[in-house]
Design a protein around this ligand. Structure first.
Ligand code: SF4
Length: 149
């Protein structure tokens, strides 16, 4: 068993990237999911801000112009295998920012859905999603990570 797989037996690290939205989903992730009340850490899923340490990428927001390339770079920095969660309707379909979706010729403000930018493993719909649903989605991504050699 490789070192990474051994480490993953003890903890999975999740990286949150806010890519443009109202911050409602970020509040659910940081202030609820990782709070003592919902306590995702009971499943040994911890928060990190370092892509090289991350196993799970949690993306919120509708992918603004400024965040498109940084988000792709962050995704590349996360070692394989990794799981990507699109958290909230903004990341899934643009939600209230949907009308701002365009293409490069029309000076787009947002690029949702996230799956056009990077591969997505699990979608968590809602505006914002419930903390329980975010936790369930993160736990669902663990088997893919544990299958690592
Ligand atoms: S999905 Fe809703 S709550 Fe989440 S960032 Fe978008 S508008 Fe805000």
């Amino acid at each position: 068993m490789g070192l990474k797989a051994t480490a993953r037996k003890n903890a999975i690290h999740a990286l949150l990237v806010y890519s443009g939205g109202c911050n409602g989903c970020d509040i659910e992730v940081v202030n609820a999911v990782f709070s003592p009340r919902y306590d995702i850490e009971q499943y040994r899923i911890l928060l990190t801000w370092n892509p090289r340490e991350a196993d799970v990428l949690i993306v919120t927001g509708a992918i603004t112009w400024a965040m498109k390339e940084p988000l792709q770079r962050i995704y590349e920095l996360i070692p394989e295998p990794k799981a990507v969660l699109a958290v909230g309707s903004c990341a899934i379909n643009g939600c209230v920012f949907r009308n701002l979706v365009g293409d490069i010729k029309h000076n787009p403000e947002v690029f949702a859905p996230l799956e056009k930018i990077i591969p997505v493993d699990i979608k968590v719909p809602g505006c914002p999603p419930r903390p329980e649903d975010i936790i369930m989605a993160a736990v669902k991504g663990v088997p893919k990570l544990m299958a690592a050699p």
